[in-house]
Design a protein around this ligand. Structure first.
Ligand code: PLP
Length: 451
């Protein structure tokens, strides 16, 4: 039986990423407020936000300094744009800060309001810059199966998940998908992680050769794949991929929308995993998700090509009304200042072993596995662990675990048969224990239900 608010919700709101056929009978969890790693629903029940919202609320709820930064900027200059020779201090200061932190030598920052817009911008820049460089045939972008890069037409094309393509008439014809670096699922019998990495690199090499290297412009990758199931690349993966890209003059785009700003214990996932990106996309934790903001950080050679193109054809015809929105930029700057002040990188590094230990313990069970993780992870419920056999998808066992978790006062997310966990970065060891105690009970209940 739905509450009045739930009934109004399902009658009016078109919900993203939901089964629109079953949602009206299931109803929605309606949240009202949050503090730290906890959120409370409209009935007042508290939940541990085990997903930091959508992998984004790094500082947790109730950070007054961020509220103040937004309010102060709203009072001073609530809107200004960056088009046609205009600018403002928050955007300038944030661009400087992002350049300083970037995992490569950065030249400029282009602001967006989301990760999808950032990756859309990446794709447009790849095309535009290759035209500027006089190689109009070099346009294809290779992403990976199970990648998640967003939902706009270009970024959904880069995403390598069926639900983002089927019946949306995607992907675009210039996008290709390479093999997924999921060792347990796609590694051959007896193949080590390093051997698997070498095979994926050889397959990528062959794929680029088959396409024609002169037609392949870029390779885009999340350092750790998030929405595809929290897939940590196998040992030596980027070290094996990188020379293939260099050999074929294919630029590397690091999608840092989840990994950026501390998720892996460094400012960017790229440095943690030995990637040498040409450009990066960021969003989410850039403002700890208090307000929408994303960005693309570009190096000199791309900037120079853009400038040359303007000299030739005039205006650089790309930009959003909210590119560099002053309130978002002010909140972004304050967020980065807080990360530095509280040493968020040190905190993540300190808590990660405990997080990993508790996650691994959940996977040491005949009906589950928990892959290698960082400060985010997943537990996969499996029908037969030795045979790597999954449950019939119709059982939707992970969704059931998520429902039991909600009952236990924990918010987590189902991705296929995996249950993903990605708490706010500020989570303490005691809160990690509480999170995993609740998740353990939910998994036990889910397994009892399914078997
Ligand atoms: N890239 C990655 C790695 C993401 O995880 C996401 C969202 O989850 C996106 C891009 C898209 O970001 P947004 O939802 O802000 O458009």
């Amino acid at each position: 039986m739905l509450t009045n608010l739930q009934a109004r919700d399902v009658a009016t709101v078109l919900h993203p990423y939901s089964n629109l056929a079953t949602l009206p009978s299931q109803g929605t969890l309606i949240l009202e407020r949050g503090q730290g790693v906890y959120v409370h629903d409209v009935e007042g029940k508290p939940y541990i936000e085990g997903m930091a919202g959508l992998w984004c609320n790094a500082l947790g709820h109730g950070v007054e300094e961020l509220v103040e930064a937004a309010a102060e900027q709203m009072r001073k200059l609530p809107f200004a744009h960056l088009f046609t020779g205009k600018s403002h201090d928050p955007a300038i200061a944030l661009a400087e800060k992002l350049k300083e932190l970037a995992p490569m030598k950065a030249a400029k920052v282009f602001f967006t309001s989301s990760g999808s817009e950032a990756n859309d911008t990446q794709m447009k820049l790849v095309w535009y810059v290759n035209n500027a460089l006089g190689r109009p045939q070099k346009k294809k972008i290779i992403s990976r199966i199970k990648a998640y890069h967003g939902v706009t037409i270009a970024s959904a094309s880069l995403t390598g998940l069926p639900n983002n393509h089927i019946d949306f008439d995607l992907p675009l014809s210039s996008v290709r998908h390479a093999g997924c670096p999921h060792h347990w699922r796609f590694g051959h019998e007896g193949e080590t992680e390093a051997e698997f990495s070498a095979r994926l690199a050889a397959e990528l090499d062959a794929q680029i050769e088959a396409e024609g290297p002169e037609t392949v412009a870029a390779f885009i990758a999340e350092p750790v794949m998030g929405a595809g199931g929290v897939i940590v690349p196998p040992e030596g993966y980027f070290a094996a991929i990188q020379p293939i890209l260099e050999k074929h003059d294919v630029m590397l785009i690091s999608d840092e929308v989840i990994c950026g700003f501390g998720r892996l214990g460094e400012w960017f996932g790229a440095t943690k995993l030995g990637m040498k990106p040409d450009t990066v996309s960021v969003a989410k934790a850039l403002t700890s998700s208090y307000i929408p903001l994303g960005a693309v950080i570009i190096p000199d050679w791309i900037d120079e090509a853009l400038v040359a193109q303007s000299a030739k054809i005039g205006v650089f015809g790309h930009g959003f009304t909210y590119s560099g929105h002053p309130v978002a930029a002010a909140v972004g700057l304050k967020t980065l200042e807080i990360y530095e002040r509280i040493n968020i990188l040190g905190h993540v590094t300190d808590i990660t072993p405990h997080f990993q230990k508790r996650l691994k313990a959940l996977g040491d069970h005949p009906g589950r596995r928990s892959p290698r993780s960082r400060a985010c992870g997943a537990v996969e419920v499996v029908a037969d662990k030795a045979a790597k056999r999954a449950f019939d998808p119709k059982t939707a066992v992970a969704a059931k675990v998520v429902a039991f978790a909600q009952d236990e006062g924990l918010i987590v997310r189902a991705i296929g048969d995996a249950v993903a966990v990605c708490p706010p970065l500020v989570i303490t060891e005691a809160e990690i224990d509480e999170l995993f105690d609740r998740l353990g009970r939910a998994l036990d209940r889910g397994e009892e239900w399914v078997r």
